[in-house]
Design a protein around this ligand. Structure first.
Ligand code: GLU
Length: 475
C-alpha cells in the first residue's frame, strides 16, 4: 500500500486536537483534564489474510476507541484505499465530540479498512468483512454493550448485515446481538430513515440556522433556504440526500455538484436525482447533459455561492485554496473537510462554518434510535399508533358535533394520522438537531471570546464530557 501523502502540515488528528484546543482554552480547562479528554483510549491494528482468486492478500484494518465515559463507544467503519491509523484516530475523536454535542449517550470510536472496495466482488467483500468483524469481536472491539460500528465511507447496510450475522454466529446466546452494529437493513433489525439520516440531519441544521435571523444576518444572508445558491461536494450517501432534500423539500438551488471526475455546474439548478442516476450508470459526472462539466472539479469549491457544503472527505479546503473560498456560509457535512490552517484563514475572512461534529451528527443520532430499537426488540410506534389514530378520530367527531360543521379532509387526515416509525425517527432527529443548534448558537452569543461555531460546539461537547469524567471520578 502506498504511503499516504498529505499536503497538510499537521495531520488530521492534530488538526482535530488543535481545533478542540481553542475550546479548552476558552473554558480555561485544567491541562490534565484536557489531555485526558483529547487522548485516544485504545486502538488496535489487525492484519489478516484472505484468499482472493487463489492468491493470499493481507488486509490491514484499525479500530480506535477514543472515549468510554459512555458506553458503547460508537462510530462507523470506512473502507478506503488510503485509510490509516491517524485518520481513524481523528475520526474517533470527532465521534466523541459529536455524540456529546447532540446528547447521544455514547463514547467515540471509528474503524477503517485499507481497501479499494471497487476492486473486489460482492462475495469477496463478504469474506473480507466477516473476517475483519471476527478480528474486532475476538479482540473486544465490537459488541452491543461496548463498541458498536455503523456505515461510513465505502460501507453501507450490506456490510452491516454481514457484521451483525458474524457477531450472532459467535454469540448465539446474546439476545441483544443485533445491537452490535447499526445501519443494518430494515429487514435485519435496521431502522427506517437511517440511510438518509445524515443528509436529512444536514437539512434540519440549515432549517434551524435560518430560524435565527441574527446568525443569518451575520453570514450576510437573508430570507430562508428557498432559492439559495448551493455548491455541494460529493454525491455519496450524505451529499446525495442533503442535495436531494434541499432541492425537493426546500426549493434551494444546487448550482454545482463536485465529484471525483469533475464538477457539474448549472446556475438554474442541477437536477440531483437525475445526476445520481447518471453517476450510478456511468461511474462519474462526465457526460451529464444538464449542466456544464468542469474538469478541475475542486475549483468549484471557490464559486461564488450562498452555501458551500463539502460532503465528500477530509482535507478538501486547505491553506492552498481557503483564501479563494467565497461562499457566505460553509456547512461541513463531511468529517474534517477543512484543515486547521484553512479554518484559521476562513475565520480571518469572516466566513462562518457550521462544523462537522455537529452538522453530520444525524447519522449517529438515528443509529442511537436503532440501537434502542434493537435493545427493546420492538419497532417504534407499534404500540401506540392505532390508539393515537382512534383518539384523533374521536376528537374530530367531537369537534364536528360541537361546531355542527365538518372538518376539511386535509386537516382530518393530519389529526387522525398516527405516527409510524419513520415519522418518529424524523421527529427525533429534527428535535435533536434543533436543540443542539440552539445550544451552540447560545454558547457563541453568550461568550464574547468565542467567535466561531466550531469552538462553540466544542465548548458544548467538552463541558458535558468533562462533567461526566468528573462524575465517574476521573478528576
Ligand atoms: N459514520 C457515521 C459518522 O461518522 C455514523 C456513525 C454511527 O452511526 O455510529 O458519524
Amino acid at each position: 500500500m502506498a504511503k499516504k501523502t498529505t499536503r497538510r502540515s499537521v495531520s488530521f488528528s492534530q488538526s482535530v486536537n488543535l481545533m478542540a484546543d481553542r475550546a479548552f482554552q476558552s473554558l480555561n480547562m485544567d491541562p490534565g483534564v484536557a489531555s485526558a479528554i483529547k487522548s485516544c483510549d485504545s486502538i488496535i491494528q489487525v492484519n489478516f489474510p484472505v484468499n482472493i482468486r487463489g492468491r493470499i492478500e493481507v488486509f490491514t484494518g484499525w479500530r480506535a476507541t477514543h472515549s468510554t465515559h459512555r458506553l458503547p463507544s460508537k462510530g462507523g467503519i470506512r473502507y478506503a484505499p488510503m485509510v490509516d491509523q491517524d485518520e481513524v484516530q481523528a475520526l474517533a475523536a470527532l465521534m466523541t465530540y459529536k455524540c456529546a454535542i447532540v446528547d447521544v449517550p455514547f463514547g467515540g470510536s471509528k474503524g477503517g479498512l485499507a481497501i479499494d472496495p471497487s476492486r473486489y466482488t460482492r462475495e469477496e467483500l463478504q469474506v473480507i468483512t466477516r473476517r475483519f468483524a471476527r478480528e474486532l469481536i475476538r479482540k473486544g472491539f465490537l459488541s452491543p454493550s461496548t463498541n458498536v460500528p455503523a456505515p461510513d465511507m465505502g460501507t453501507g447496510e450490506r456490510e452491516m448485515a454481514w457484521i451483525a450475522d458474524t457477531y450472532r454466529q459467535l454469540h448465539p446466546e446474546d439476545i441483544n446481538a443485533s445491537a452490535c452494529v447499526t445501519g443494518k437493513p430494515v429487514a435485519h433489525g435496521g431502522i427506517r430513515g437511517r440511510t438518509e439520516a445524515t443528509g436529512r440531519g444536514v437539512v434540519y441544521v440549515l432549517r434551524e440556522f435560518f430560524r435565527h435571523p441574527r446568525d443569518v444576518r451575520a453570514a450576510k444572508l437573508s430570507g430562508g433556504l428557498g432559492g439559495k445558491r448551493i455548491v455541494i461536494q460529493g454525491l455519496g450517501n450524505v451529499g446525495y440526500y442533503t442535495a436531494k432534500l434541499l432541492q425537493e423539500e426546500d426549493e434551494a438551488r444546487i448550482i454545482a455538484v463536485i465529484e471525483r471526475d469533475g464538477a457539474i455546474v448549472n446556475e438554474k439548478g442541477v437536477p440531483v436525482e437525475m445526476l445520481k442516476q447518471h453517476i450510478i450508470k456511468t461511474g462519474g459526472v462526465k457526460g451529464f447533459p444538464e449542466g456544464r462539466h468542469i474538469e478541475k472539479g475542486k475549483t468549484a469549491l471557490e464559486m461564488n455561492c450562498h452555501i458551500l457544503i463539502p460532503a465528500a472527505m477530509e482535507g478538501q479546503i486547505t491553506a492552498a485554496n481557503a483564501d479563494r473560498i467565497s461562499a457566505r456560509l460553509i456547512v461541513e457535512a463531511a468529517n474534517g473537510p477543512i484543515t486547521y490552517e484553512a479554518d484559521e484563514i476562513l475565520r480571518a475572512k469572516g466566513i462562518p462554518i457550521l462544523p462537522d461534529a455537529y452538522v453530520n451528527a444525524g447519522g449517529v443520532t438515528v443509529s442511537y434510535f436503532e440501537w434502542i430499537r434493537n435493545l427493546t426488540h420492538i419497532r417504534f410506534g407499534r404500540m401506540e399508533r392505532r390508539f393515537d389514530e382512534m383518539r384523533g378520530a374521536h376528537l374530530i367527531t367531537a369537534l364536528e358535533s360541537i361546531a355542527k360543521d365538518t372538518v376539511p379532509d386535509s386537516i382530518k387526515e393530519k389529526i387522525i394520522h398516527g405516527a409510524d416509525e419513520l415519522d418518529l425517527v424524523r421527529s427525533g432527529l429534527d428535535d435533536t438537531m434543533r436543540l443542539a443548534y440552539q445550544e451552540i448558537s447560545a454558547t457563541k452569543r453568550e461568550n464574547k471570546e468565542i467567535r466561531d461555531y466550531r469552538t462553540a460546539a466544542y465548548v458544548v461537547a467538552i463541558k458535558k464530557i468533562a462533567r461526566s469524567y468528573f462524575d465517574i471520578g476521573v478528576y
